[in-house]
Structure formats: structure tokens, C-alpha cells
Design a protein around this ligand. Structure first.
Ligand code: NAD
Length: 432
């Protein structure tokens, strides 16, 4: 039986490997990371990330065929298949800063694999990487050629935080890209056999390396584009009296379009959409495709516009200033059922309001006060932990009128208006 090692015990590496270990009891899976505290957390009762269903799966196989270790080199050396699931953030300096993917972590993982390997290995790109990354990795791996055969596969991950375990258990598809050589095809078959333990064969799609690498960027770009499209429409709805929920419903009923990812909101957040689109923009520019780059750039620009539009709406509704006004922010992570605050729209909204000297109280059931303070780079913070939230009549508050601004369109506008709140929902007719 094959031995698997995954470099990177984060939001992708942890849940993905837990699912493989769960579904393949005879395969040994070791997840390694240089972040010792993270590994310790994976070995404890308080896992480092929150995902519905994750605790149960980890508990079922940790110590049986699922292990977490900071002894990175030992476990990489012993593995037949090495997944690399390290972070690939946007570069902050140098060539391509603000757009290109920073492949520093990937490069150091690849150099380490080359150094410690004593047997043939399949190296799997699990992280989201720019198209053609496998070519660079091959160069690193084969540079210190000790007669070892390395096969690189692209196996991008499509899980969404908040529903990761469900997505992993029943993926829409699994992509495996490999070289079109006999060794490449054999490596693809080996990885396919792992997923075939629980994924129907017709949902495991094999293709060339570059198609697989690009498919992940393309999927994220098109998902984010749908959000920006409906958000752009929400601005027009507000200007004309149309209701974006009704428009999205009508549009989504078209079977060519479908209803998913058509909810207007304060804008998308998270560590992937913006990063991956900017990466795509950079790749287009590097290939001389300026018009295509400009097209995708707009998706991010509309998202930024939506966030600033929301802040402006709050300030202008509250008589053009929020200075000294008490505002409660409910929800801080980038979406529900996760504690991940990377690039959450809430950071921009909070900064926008703090810029006008609002007094904020922030609450999220999955995010600690420390994390929020780190994200907002603040030392002092007015902190609030409401356990149960009930609509409260503004007649019981000292300040009148009281406002609610719904950036997710989840509240019952009519009910709250009835008891006296002034309510703004993205893309909906304004308070009469
Ligand atoms: P993460 O930051 O949560 O985890 C990455 C881990 O890699 C960190 O714990 C880090 O310490 C570790 N690491 C970095 N360099 C290392 C090295 N040389 N050796 C050992 N460990 C090392 O990131 P993530 O959210 O899990 O994302 C990982 C990749 O998956 C990214 O490319 C991301 O774009 C992609 N992805 C993320 C999601 C998501 O929802 N988070 C979904 C699909 C794909």
C-alpha cells in the first residue's frame, strides 16, 4: 500500500488528508508542517481550524492511519506520494508584487523534497499555483538527480471553507493532471486509485498538467465573476427600485445560468478569490494578453467598489457621519461556518467605519477577540460577546432612529422595519 505525506497542515492539507485517511483505512497518511504549534493543535482536542464534521473524521482515524508531525523531512523521505499544500499568497514585493503568486513556500518545499528523497516519488500540487508551475518544480526536483524518478501531478482542491468535509466526501469532480508519458500516466493511475476508494470513477477527470493547473484558477475566477456580476447589478437595483433578490431569482431560473452564487452581498472575501484572480491577471499580462487581464481585473475592482459602497451607505444613512456612534458588527469571518478571517470583507468595512471614528463592537462565534484585534491592527477594542441576539425594538434604545445594514441579505427586512428599525439591505429598495 502507498504511503502518503502532505506538506502543509492548513485549511486544505488538514481536512483533505483527514478525508483520505478516513476513506482509505489501509493507507498511512502523515500531515507535516513547519508550524509546530499548528501540528500540536492537530494532535489535541482543539483542532487549529473549525469545519463542520472535521472533528469527528479526525477522531475516527488519528493514531490509526492519520498522523500529524513536525518531523517534515523524515516523513517526506518515507512517502510514495507527497502532496504539497503550502500557502501561495499574493507577492508583496519585487517583480509582480500585488498580483503574482508568491511561490517561496513551494520552492523551499520542493528543494527539501529533492534533498531528502532516496526513493521514487509522486509529487502532487495540491496548492493553487500559476499554470506552468510544474515545469519549474520539475527543474528543482531533478536538479540534484540521484537517479530518483519524480512525477509531478496537478490535483487542485475545490473545497469551500465552511462546507469542506461535505465537499471532500462528495466532490463535484476530482482533477488529476499529469505528463503524457508512460511514467506520467502510471502516476496519474496511482493517485486515481486513492480517490477511487470513494469518488465515482466518472467524476475523476484526468487531463494534461497545464489544463489542470489552469482549471483551478479559471473556476475561482468564474465563481468570483458571478458574485461581482450580481453585486454590480445590486448597485443598479438600488438606483432604480428593483430588488436584486428578485432579479437574481429570475436570472437563476434560466437553466443555462442556474441559481448558485447569485447572492448579492457586501463583497467576497477569503484567501482565494482575490489572490487567484490577481494571479490570473498577472499570468495574462506576462503572456501579452492585456485585454484579457483587464477583463479579470474588473472582477476585483467591482468587489472593492461594493465594499466601499457599503461603508458609504452606512455613513450617509447615519446623517453623513458615524463619529462617536456605536455600531455592532455581527460576523467577522469571511463567511459562515468558518473562523477564517483572511481578507474578509469585514476588515475593509471596519476600517472604513473606524476611519470616521465610529465606536465598534465586533462579534463572531468562531473568531477570537485577539484575532480580530490582530486583523484590525488595533490595541484597544470595544468588545462584545452577545450569545443570543434578538431583534430589539429601537424604542428601547436611547438613540433613535436605530439602523440595521445587512451585508449578506439574511435578515427579515419587513419584520425589523415593523418594529421601527431603519433597514438597508444590499440591492433592495431603500427604506420607504
Ligand atoms: P494555510 O496557510 O492554512 O496552510 C498552509 C500551511 O503550509 C501552513 O500551516 C504553513 O506553515 C505550511 N507550510 C508553508 N511552507 C512549508 C514548508 N516548507 N514545509 C512545511 N509546511 C509549510 O493555507 P491553505 O488555506 O490550506 O491553502 C493552501 C493552498 O491551497 C493555497 O495554495 C490555497 O490557495 C489553496 N486552496 C485553499 C482553499 C481554502 O479554502 N483555504 C481551497 C482550495 C485551495
Amino acid at each position: 500500500m502507498v504511503k502518503i505525506c502532505c506538506i502543509g497542515a492548513g485549511y486544505v492539507g488538514g481536512p483533505t488528508m483527514a478525508m483520505i485517511a478516513f476513506k482509505c483505512p489501509k493507507i498511512e497518511v502523515v500531515v507535516v508542517d513547519i508550524a509546530v504549534a499548528r501540528i500540536n493543535a492537530w494532535n489535541s482536542d482543539r483542532l487549529p481550524i473549525f469545519e463542520p464534521g472535521l472533528d469527528e473524521v479526525v477522531k475516527a482515524c488519528r493514531g490509526r492511519n492519520l498522523f500529524f508531525s513536525a518531523d517534515v523531512e523524515k516523513h517526506v523521505a518515507e512517502a510514495d506520494i507527497v502532496f504539497v499544500s503550502v500557502n501561495t499568497p499574493t507577492k508583496t514585493r519585487g517583480l509582480g508584487a500585488g498580483k503574482a503568486a508568491d511561490l517561496t513556500y513551494w520552492e523551499s518545499a520542493a528543494r527539501m523534497i529533492a534533498d531528502v528523497s532516496k526513493s521514487d516519488k509522486i509529487v502532487v500540487e495540491k496548492s493553487t499555483v500559476p499554470v506552468k508551475t510544474a515545469e519549474a518544480i520539475e527543474k528543482i526536483l531533478t536538479h540534484n538527480n540521484k537517479g530518483i524518478n519524480f512525477q509531478i501531478l496537478s490535483n487542485p482542491e475545490f473545497l469551500a471553507e465552511g462546507t469542506a468535509m461535505e465537499d471532500l466526501a462528495k466532490p463535484d469532480r476530482v482533477l488529476i493532471g499529469g505528463r503524457e508519458t508512460p511514467e506520467g500516466r502510471k502516476a496519474v493511475e496511482t493517485l486515481k486509485a486513492v480517490y477511487a476508494h470513494w469518488v465515482p470513477e466518472d467524476q475523476i477527470i484526468t487531463m494534461n498538467l497545464w489544463s489542470a493547473e489552469l482549471s483551478k484558477l479559471a473556476a475561482n475566477a468564474i465563481l468570483a465573476q458571478r458574485i461581482s456580476s450580481v453585486n454590480a447589478m445590486s448597485a443598479l437595483c438600488e438606483a432604480t427600485g428593483a430588488d436584486v433578490a428578485e432579479v437574481a431569482y429570475a436570472v437563476g431560473k434560466d437553466s443555462r445560468i442556474g441559481p448558485k452564487f447569485l447572492n448579492a452581498s457586501v463583497g467576497f472575501g477569503g484567501s482565494c478569490f482575490q489572490k487567484d484572480i490577481l494571479n490570473l491577471v498577472y499570468i495574462c499580462e506576462c503572456n501579452g494578453l492585456t485585454e484579457v487581464a483587464n477583463y479579470w481585473k474588473q472582477v476585483v475592482q467591482i468587489n472593492d467598489y461594493q465594499k466601499s459602497r457599503f461603508v458609504k451607505r452606512v455613513v450617509s444613512s447615519m446623517f453623513n457621519t458615524v463619529s462617536g456612534k456605536k455600531i455592532a458588527i455581527l460576523g467577522f469571518a469571511f463567511k459562515k461556518d468558518t473562523g477564517d478571517t483572511r481578507e474578509t470583507a469585514a476588515i475593509d468595512v471596519c476600517h472604513g467605519l473606524l476611519g470616521d471614528k465610529a465606536q465598534l463592537s465586533v462579534y463572531d462565534p468562531q473568531v477570537t477577540a485577539d484575532q480580530i484585534m490582530r486583523d484590525l491592527a488595533m490595541n484597544k477594542f470595544d468588545w462584545d460577546h452577545p450569545q443570543h441576539l434578538q431583534p430589539m425594538s429601537p424604542t428601547t434604545t436611547k438613540q433613535k432612529p436605530a439602523f440595521i445594514f445587512d451585508g449578506r441579505n439574511v435578515i427579515n427586512v419587513e419584520e425589523l422595519r415593523k418594529i421601527g428599525f431603519i433597514v438597508y439591505s444590499v440591492g433592495k429598495p431603500l427604506d420607504p
